[in-house]
Design a protein. Sequence first.
Length: 147
Amino acid sequence: GRIVRAPEGARVALLALGTRLSEALKAADLLEAEGIAVTVADARFAKPLDAAMILDLAANHEVLVTLEEGSVGGFGAMVLHLLAERGALDAGRVRVRTLTLPDSYQDHNAPDAMYAEAGLDAAGILNTVKAALPERKAGQSGRLRLA
């Protein structure tokens, strides 16, 4: 994988597989306009996973969102399996969300409309991130530290 954008103090990491990378970058722009710094990573390949990059994203962000044009049980599930297997979720310091195409029939439509319906456009990504972000208490710093 490769890190495409890595601002200092990022609370959120977006890990995209495939063409959702452009929407991840748009969502990062929208979130940063609201004062939420976002790391954007390009998985580049579903297999093999870049375990070191994924573990680093989970260790250094409050929220990790995977994005893919696949279905439930695909790339996001593999990332969750890796995180669980390596104990990266044990401390409860990162909230992980997986965005996929729905596991149901989608009516035919323009691709942009179908991605929006699935929450795989910039607005859907933004909503997912904002719903997952933990509330901040006064004086809390931006980046988490693992003991």
